[in-house]
Design a protein around this ligand. Structure first.
Ligand SMILES: [Zn+2]
Length: 567
């Protein structure tokens, strides 16, 4: 997700500049220091001194499945063009292959009733017990039900959005045909399905159910405004079973709580005949059926399924190295008079993002990416194979003549960056939000550098703080935003969370790049992606990759990690 408006970003950066002033730093000084740090870093890596700080994250504490198991089918690294790294890492623009393991499978027959503002239908969900324990109940997440009350979604003033509890019925267990009654927690998005017959480790079953979710009249990642339907997180989806049991983090408007398993989707979607639909996966066919249109949609190796639909979408199409790209905006409600030009700029930003992020992180492995310019109160929101980008007039403004549309392009890079960090490499965005937000924010820097956009605001941020400087680290330790590797609820407020997960996290990753070198750090990221592609990762796995590649005796790196992350 990209929650920042330009105003917010400037305020946050101003706040950081104030913090810098308190530390006696100025930008020019920092720039000079940065160069010096690079030199010092080189010297430091050539010494055998013990690190002054113990690495803050112990990779051995992660007891989950061995991430080095190469279950993805991705070829092992063969390149040795990795500078000073201790192990070989994948080459730039390496292939990321889909795994061959069995995975969950949702078959959904859905109808969008535009007048009634509902989405619903029948679901057959085939899955298996992923754990070593018997399951006597299942946990589904039903996010649409939260929209009965604005307070549930962090919008206390949104009282008239017309939300409703999701109807869920005819729940059956394929193993015995039994019909199941569900219960809800006080958090109405948490739905419990008791199993009369326990599900053994590895055992398969099919859960079938009918549901109807109401779509609120709100400019949101789930909502309808001006006949643009953003239909995300809309069906009851199985939660992830972890070592602590079923994960069901609280919903956050500023940030995410979404966490699910890799699945395939076979979706039949009925919409009004004049609607254009963009979705996760690809469209296999569209057939007229009276006043309706029947779309056959297919999503593979994704963690969720979403779609956006409107009678007023203007579509342009493009491609990058075999990846089909769709971009739409609402022609009936243009944010600016130059929306056609903006739309073209968004297509180019998507192509450039696939190019530079593919080089840095591994080639985008899906056949399609959709960029939907739609009403949403955030700057943007990421979903598998589809990103929603705000059509706010500020974001769509042409801006700097040297880098026109740089703001909306930067948001597109961020959200497409999430295709790697959230999509390909999954994580618990509620408990470890930095693990996708800081990484997606860092991809903004990759994009800005690729575009030569030195004036881009995201580019400036890298010079604000030298996080490898111990004095700065000590100063950061006294502020609320550090350490950054905490759940959303552990920060004092939304601003602190945003500063930590987006800005400090981005700068911390950039500083790792500064310390280790661009080629080396991005090689480490490709290795992290290779090891964890199509699994749910943890920060322990990330640091394990960093230490495996860069060693544990880099003093600048250890200072940075000790300062920004909690033990
Ligand atoms: Zn994000």
């Amino acid at each position: 997700m990209k929650k920042l408006t330009k105003t917010t970003a400037i305020l946050l950066i101003s706040a950081m500049l104030l913090g810098m002033a308190a530390c006696g730093k100025e930008t020019e000084t920092t720039k000079k220091k940065k160069k010096k740090t690079k030199k010092t870093t080189t010297e430091a890596t050539e010494t055998t001194d013990e690190p002054t700080d113990v690495p803050t994250v112990d990779p051995t504490t992660d007891t989950s499945a061995d991430p080095t198991d190469d279950t993805s089918g991705t070829p092992a690294p063969t390149s040795n063009g990795n500078g000073g790294l201790l192990i070989d890492v994948p080459e730039e623009y390496c292939e990321i292959a889909f795994p061959t393991d069995e995975r969950f499978f949702y078959t959904m027959d859905l109808t969008l009733d535009a007048e009634a503002r509902t989405i619903g239908g029948h679901v057959d969900f085939e899955f298996f017990n992923t754990s070593d324990e018997e399951w006597d109940q299942l946990c589904l997440r039903d996010y649409p039900s939260l929209f009965i009350d604005g307070k549930n979604i962090g919008k206390p003033n949104a009282s008239d959005m017309g939300g409703a509890l999701t109807e869920i019925k005819n729940i059956t267990d394929s193993r015995d045909g039994s019909t199941i009654e569900y219960t809800r927690d006080d958090d109405v998005s948490v739905v419990w399905i008791p199993l009369s017959t326990k599900l053994a480790p590895g055992e398969k079953m099919t859960l079938s159910y009918d549901f109807v979710s109401t779509i609120p009249t709100i400019a949101d990642r789930y909502g309808v405004k001006d006949e643009v339907f953003n239909v995300a997180n809309f069906y009851p989806i199985l939660a992830v079973y972890t070592e602590e049991g079923w994960s069901h983090e609280a919903y956050y408007n500023v940030g995410e709580c979404f966490f699910s398993e890799l699945s395939d989707y076979d979706v039949t979607l009925s919409v009004p005949e004049n609607y254009t639909v963009l979705s996760t996966g690809v469209t296999l066919s569209e057939d007229a059926d009276g006043e309706r249109k029947i779309c056959k949609l297919d999503g593979q190796c994704v963690r969720d399924f979403v779609f956006c639909a409107s009678p007023n979408f203007k579509l342009i199409e493009g491609e990058y190295d075999g990846v089909h790209i769709n971009v739409v905006y609402d022609e009936a409600h243009p944010a600016t008079s130059k929306m056609d030009e903006c739309e073209e700029a968004c297509l180019k930003a998507a192509q450039d993002s696939l190019a530079c992020l593919g080089a840095a992180l591994g080639k985008y492995p899906y056949p399609e990416i959709d960029v939907v310019l739609a009403p949403i109160d955030a700057g943007g929101m990421e979903y598998p194979n589809l990103v929603i980008i705000t059509v706010d007039s500020l974001y769509c403004a042409k801006g700097d003549p040297n880098f026109p549309y740089s703001m909306i392009s930067g948001v597109i890079a961020h959200e497409i960056g999430h295709q790697w960090f959230m999509g390909i490499v999954g994580s618990n965005s509620g408990l470890e939000p930095w693990l996708d937000e800081s990484f997606a924010s860092y991809t903004e820097i990759i994009y800005a550098e690729y575009m030569g956009n030195d004036d881009e605001i995201v580019y400036y941020s890298r010079d604000l703080l030298d996080l490898a400087d111990k004095n700065i680290v000590q100063a950061l330790l006294s502020v609320d935003e550090v350490p950054i590797n905490r759940p959303h609820y552990a920060f004092s407020n939304d601003d602190a969370y945003v500063t930590a997960a987006y800005f400090i996290g981005k700068m911390a990753l950039y500083q790792m790049e500064e310390i280790l070198g661009t080629k080396e750090f991005q090689g480490i990221l490709r290795e992290y992606v290779r090891r964890n592609a199509f699994t749910n990762s943890t920060e322990a796995r990330f640091f394990e990759t960093v230490y495996d590649c860069a060693g544990t005796d880099n003093e600048d790196l250890n200072n940075l990690i000790s300062g920004v992350f909690q033990k």
